[in-house]
Design a protein around this ligand. Structure first.
Ligand code: ACO
Length: 384
C-alpha cells in the first residue's frame, strides 16, 4: 500500500464516475433525481419557468433572493453597462481559425478575458463577484461575436434596452428578435442556469478550490461542457434531427442506432430516474415555436423520436433534447448551440465558484491503485 496515497478501506467501494457520491454541500440548487425535481435557491423550476426572467434568476443564484424591483432595475443596468467587447479581445478573436469548434473559441475568449483583467489573480470575494458579473453579462456578447466571425460577418455591438436574451439574438442576427423568440431563449437560459454538481460546475469548483482564479475555473467549465456526454449533447441532438430529416424516418433511424450500438443524444441522465423536469418545460416552448414558425417538422420529429426511443429502450429525454429544436427555431446555428448552454450556465458556475471561495477546501479525492508494483529498475543499456 502506498504511503502518500493510502488505498480506501476495502469496505468503501470505488464509485466509477463518482456515481452517487455526495462531494460537498451547496445551497444554490438541488437536483432531486428520485422525484425528478430541480430547485434553485428554494424555488422549483416550475415556479420560476415562464414567470422569472434570466436577469431575475441570475440575481437569485448570485444573491440568494429574488430581486426587489429596484434591485432588478440596478442589476439590469449593471449587466447592460458591461456588454462592451474589449477591442483587444476582439482583435485576438479575429485571428482564430474561423471554422474551429465554437466552444474552443469560447474557451480561448474567456482565457483572454482573464489575461486582459488586471485583477485576474485577486482572490478577494468582492473581486471574484465583480469578475463573475462581468462574465455573465459578456458571455452572450462573446458567443454572438463568435457566431458572426465564424460566419465571416462583422461583429455587432450590444443594444441598450434589450433583455439579456433579446440582446444576444440582436447581436447574432443584426435585427431585433420577435417577442416570442426572445421569450423562448430567455426560458431556455432560466431552465439551464444551474444544476448542482454537474461535470462542468464540479470542474469549476475543483479549479477554484486550488485557489486558482475565477477565469481559470470558467475556462475549465467550458472545456467540460464541450463534451458530447454533457453540453455538446444539444448540438448532437440537432444533428440527429437533421439526419432523420422527416417524422417518417424516425423509426428506421432508431433501428439503425440500436443496431450500431450508438447513443441517442438528449436521452438518459446520471441523476434523474425519470424525466428531466427541464425537458417538459422546454418541450412546451419548442412546440409553441414549431407551431408559429409554420415549420413544425423539427418538433414533430423530436416528439416521434421521444416515443420511439421510449418504446425501444425505455430511455427518458434530458434537458438537451428539446433544447435542440428550441434553439433551432430561434435561428441559432447548430454549431453555436453549446455556447448557448454556457451563456445560461455561467450564472450557476459563478454562484458555485463564489460558494466554493467562501468556504474553500482543496478538492482532492483518492484513487484506488490497480497498476503493477515492486518492479525493479533496469538501466537503459540493459533494455531491448
Ligand atoms: N442512448 C442509448 N443508450 C443509453 C443512453 C443513450 N442516450 N444513455 C444511457 N444509455 C444506456 C447505456 O448504453 C447503458 O446501457 P448498458 O448498461 O446496457 O451498457 C446504460 O444506459 C447506462 O449508461 P451509462 O452511460 O452508464 O449511464 P450514465 O449515468 O453514466 O450516463 C449519460 C448518463 C452520459 C448522460 C448517458 O445517458 C448518455 O450518454 N446520454 C447521451 C448524451 C446526452 O444526452 N448527454 C447530456 C446529459 S444532460 C447534460 O449533461 C446537460
Amino acid at each position: 500500500m502506498s504511503v502518500s496515497e493510502p488505498n480506501p478501506p476495502a469496505a468503501e467501494p470505488v464509485r466509477k464516475g463518482l456515481e452517487g457520491v455526495v462531494a460537498g454541500e451547496t445551497s444554490i440548487s438541488d437536483v432531486d433525481g428520485q422525484n425528478c425535481q430541480l430547485i434553485y435557491r428554494g424555488y422549483s423550476i416550475e415556479e420560476l419557468a415562464g414567470k422569472a426572467s434570466y436577469e431575475e434568476v441570475s440575481f437569485l443564484l448570485f444573491f440568494d433572493h429574488l430581486p426587489s424591483r429596484s434591485e432588478l432595475a440596478d442589476w439590469i443596468k449593471q449587466l447592460e453597462s458591461l456588454r462592451t467587447l474589449d477591442p483587444g479581445l476582439l482583435e485576438i478573436l479575429k485571428c482564430l481559425p474561423q471554422k474551429s469548434n465554437a466552444m474552443a473559441w469560447l474557451r480561448s475568449a474567456i482565457s483572454i478575458l482573464g489575461q486582459l483583467d488586471s485583477e485576474e489573480d485577486e482572490e478577494a470575494l468582492e473581486v471574484i463577484q465583480r469578475k463573475a458579473i462581468r462574465t455573465v453579462a459578456m458571455l452572450p456578447c462573446i458567443a454572438a461575436a463568435i457566431g458572426r466571425l465564424r460566419a465571416g460577418k462583422l461583429v455587432i455591438e450590444a443594444k441598450k434596452g434589450l433583455s439579456h436574451a433579446a440582446n444576444f439574438l440582436y447581436m447574432l442576427h443584426g435585427s431585433e428578435p420577435t417577442t416570442e423568440q426572445a421569450t423562448a431563449l430567455d426560458a431556455y437560459f432560466v431552465l439551464l442556469a444551474d444544476h448542482g454538481f454537474n461535470a462542468s460546475t464540479f470542474t469549476a469548483r475543483t479549479i477554484l478550490g486550488t485557489k486558482s482564479d475565477y477565469y481559470s475555473a470558467i475556462v475549465g467549465a467550458i472545456g467540460s461542457l464541450k463534451g458530447p456526454l454533457h453540453g455538446a449533447a444539444n448540438r448532437k441532438a440537432m444533428e440527429m434531427l437533421l439526419e432523420i430529416g422527416s417524422p417518417e424516418q424516425v423509426v428506421p433511424y432508431v433501428q439503425r442506432t440500436l443496431e450500431d450500438h450508438k447513443r441517442f443524444m438528449g436521452f438518459g441522465h446520471r441523476v434523474y430516474k425519470g424525466e428531466d423536469p427541464r425537458a417538459k418545460q422546454l418541450k412546451g416552448v419548442a412546440k409553441q415555436l414549431g407551431e408559429t414558425s409554420g415549420d413544425p417538422r423539427w418538433f414533430e420529429i423530436s416528439e416521434n423520436l421521444q416515443k420511439a426511443v421510449w418504446e425501444a429502450k425505455k430511455l427518458y429525454i434530458n434537458v438537451d433534447f428539446y433544447s435542440a429544436s428550441l434553439l433551432h427555431y430561434v435561428g441559432i446555428p447548430t454549431e453555436l448551440f453549446t455556447t448557448m448552454f454556457a451563456c445560461a450556465r455561467v450564472a450557476g458556475w459563478s454562484a458555485h465558484v463564489m460558494e466554493q471561495a467562501r468556504d474553500n477546501r482543496l478538492i482532492r479525492p483518492l484513487a484506488l491503485y490497480v497498476g503493477k508494483r515492486d518492479l525493479k529498475f533496469v538501466p537503459l543499456n540493459q533494455r531491448s
